[in-house]
Write a protein that binds this ligand. Sequence first.
Ligand code: FPP
Length: 247
Amino acid sequence: MFGKKKKVDLTELDRERLPVHVAVIMDGNGRWAKKRLLPRVAGHSAGVSTVKKIMRMSSDLGIRYLTLYAFSTENWKRPKEEVSALMRLVIDSLRRELEEMHEENVVFNTLGEISQFPDEVVDVLVNAKEKTKNNTGITVNFALNYGARSEIVRAVRKIAHKVEQKELSIDQIDEEQISQNLYTVGQPDPDFLIRTSGEERLSNYLLYQLAYAEFYFTPVYWPDFTETEYKKALLEFQNRKRRYGGL
Ligand code: FPP
């Protein structure tokens, strides 16, 4: 999946001070395409190549979790053709890359209400999760039909249900209980958030989980977010951590 090995010098990065969980808002595919007078979908295709690069580099660095915002609950509002092209991309990329991801020991996971996708998409996603669930390498979460507020609503309902069933008392509702009812159950919170394309918003992404994360914004469009750009981001993360350590 991960494409050809890229030769970026990673020795400057301190392996002991890498984020454990990197969350990414992959933004700017449309503008990348527009700049080249290409259809928006060409931007998404180019974005898939970046996904591969960033997965490989994260895995090589020993980063444990990578969470990618691939389709938000708001993305349904896009033209029908673009929505189906995105679905197609998910299906085709996963079919093409799954075997290699599995060999690379990747755990494929999704965050979001995937049951609202067409059956063919659900089948591919469920199959990929099932196949890779016992792997021990990096966990890659694809946020698909994901929205943080509806994730929180879902968690509140799940907890309320447990209270109603007397499995849980109100006093037992704490931060941990909420975490355990989010899609990211069992995972550490992201410690680093990257958003590409110059937008500096959270866009309903991981609102609960990002409480303590470092944020990194870059004007680079997602298809142009190379290994070198990723390294720059990670160096910035390490610098911030160093400053905090010095206080
Ligand atoms: C944002 O760019 C990007 C998305 C809404 C989709 C991201 C999806 C991919 C990179 C492909 C998904 C691939 C897999 C394998 C899950 P935008 O369209 O909002 O760009 P713009 O803001 O410039 O219009």
